[in-house]
Design a protein around this ligand. Sequence first.
Ligand SMILES: [Zn+2]
Length: 120
Amino acid sequence: MAIIDDVVRKTQQAGKFVADKATDVYDLTKASYALASLENKMDALMKQIGTLTFEEKTDGAAHEEELAALFESAKVLREEIIEARMKKAALKNEIACPECGKSNDKDAAFCSSCGKKLKD
Ligand SMILES: [Zn+2]
């Protein structure tokens, strides 16, 4: 019966749609969590850098090597954060600004926050 076939086909399509949406939500949640985790690491790193810099400037403590190592870690982390922002934005069909991290419409030519050119 054509009507039964039609109902079965539509039910299968609806099931696939729900499964795809669930996967999208899961991927976006995972990407959001990964980004938040990296941003928390960066906050902790910046706090450490701030404390050591404060000690150097006020107490004359020498933390040069320690600070240099923390700066290197922060540079690596900064790149990872940019990558994580790009990944999250792509899942939302957006584009993350490489300069400030703001999500923009995927067709945007310039960042709506800082004005950086997003497309060539
Ligand atoms: Zn920007």
